[in-house]
Design a protein around this ligand. Structure first.
Ligand SMILES: *Cc1c(COP(=O)(O)O)cnc(C)c1O
Length: 328
């Protein structure tokens, strides 16, 4: 099933922030370790989108930053968690195209500045701490920062949470088109489902039946977000699973920890505790319960997030505990 692109008032061209297409690579040892045939599982390397350490937010930013430039904005404003990959990549994109960046982040100046936050600092983004707020509070804080910037004579453009909107999702329409060329017999693309724009774009280009989203617990109603951004009348027919959320967004679940070690030791692939590790745990669970079967072509969309591993205290402690001593 294919869906038409939704009409969008923003028709500005995207700005080029990376070299596409990203590669796809086979993962035969990982495939057989999880119960698939050696040729069944491929990895779409969207962690290799270059700019700012790479990751899925780059494709969405090509469209949202393109629209900001077309509007004559001089400052990008966006929101997120302290370890937001999207915030880090917005900071990098602003540095690349010459726009100031203000990141409105949940939390206070006392949070650990490792991982993504350290990179935000290198890219020169300014951080506005929103305190311990919910999603609505974060949006209010961002609106306030935009108002202050306008008062001081700046022209802010607000990039939505996670870069996800109908416009941002267009970046993942293109990823789906790449996948259809690279893996014509693709049956299922497995991807982490956070703010929803990535899955929405893939659903537009590949069809709802070909995309399995693994919810990481970032939104209360992720299916509604995906159908909104994809322009679907309803969320029926979307394939997603919610069994990998565990204690929530910022925790390290046992299946995710196992997935981190397995992907590292069978494919040399680094996953992160929040997104890609959960997505891989969801893929493993999907093979176990028969939703994904041997003999079908499956692609795991690697959406990046490596700096998030180093900004995740529990994830770092887990990885440190995996160090193997050599004994003669
Ligand atoms: C944001 C993010 C996702 C989820 O993408 P959404 O479009 O927000 O659903 C997946 N993986 C990583 C590493 C991310 O940073």
């Amino acid at each position: 099933m294919m869906y038409a692109m939704t009409d969008d008032p923003h028709s500005a061209p995207p700005v080029e922030l990376a070299a596409f297409p990203t590669p796809v690579e086979p993962a035969p040892r990982l495939a057989t370790a999880i119960g698939l045939g050696p040729d069944d599982l491929w990895i779409k390397r969207d962690d290799l989108t270059g700019l700012g350490g790479g990751g899925n937010k780059i494709r969405k930013l090509e469209w949202t930053v393109g629209a900001a430039l077309a509007e004559g904005a001089d400052t990008l404003v966006t929101t997120g968690a302290p370890q937001s990959n999207h915030a880090r990549l917005t900071a990098a994109a602003g540095a690349r195209v010459g726009l100031d960046v203000v990141l409105v982040l949940r939390g206070s100046p006392g949070v650990s500045r490792s991982g993504n936050l350290a990179l935000d600092g290198l890219f020169g983004a300014r951080i506005a701490w929103a305190g311990d707020v919910d999603r609505a509070g974060l949006d209010r804080a961002a609106a306030e920062v935009c108002e202050q910037l306008r008062t001081s004579g700046a022209k802010p453009a607000l990039i939505p949470f996670g870069g996800s909107s109908a416009l941002g999702a267009r970046g993942y329409v293109r990823c789906g088109e790449e996948l259809r060329e690279q893996l014509p017999d693709l049956r299922t693309a497995v991807v982490a489902l956070g703010s929803g724009g990535t899955m929405a774009g893939l659903v537009i280009s590949l069809g709802a039946d070909a995309v399995l989203g693994v919810d990481v617990g970032a939104l209360p109603e992720p299916a509604a977000a995906v159908s909104e951004f994809a322009g679907l009348p309803a969320s029926e027919g979307l394939r997603f699973r919610r069994d990998q959320i565990g204690g929530g967004y910022a925790t390290l679940t046992a299946p995710t920890a196992d997935a981190l070690t397995l992907a590292a030791r069978t494919a040399g692939l680094v996953l992160d505790p929040t997104y890609t590790g959960r997505a891989m745990a969801g893929l493993i669970a999907a093979v176990r319960d028969g939703d994904i079967r041997p003999g079908e072509r499956t692609v795991f969309v690697h959406t990046g997030g490596l700096p998030g591993l180093f900004g995740h205290a529990e994830g770092v402690a887990y990885a440190e505990g995996r160090v193997v001593e050599y004994r003669a």
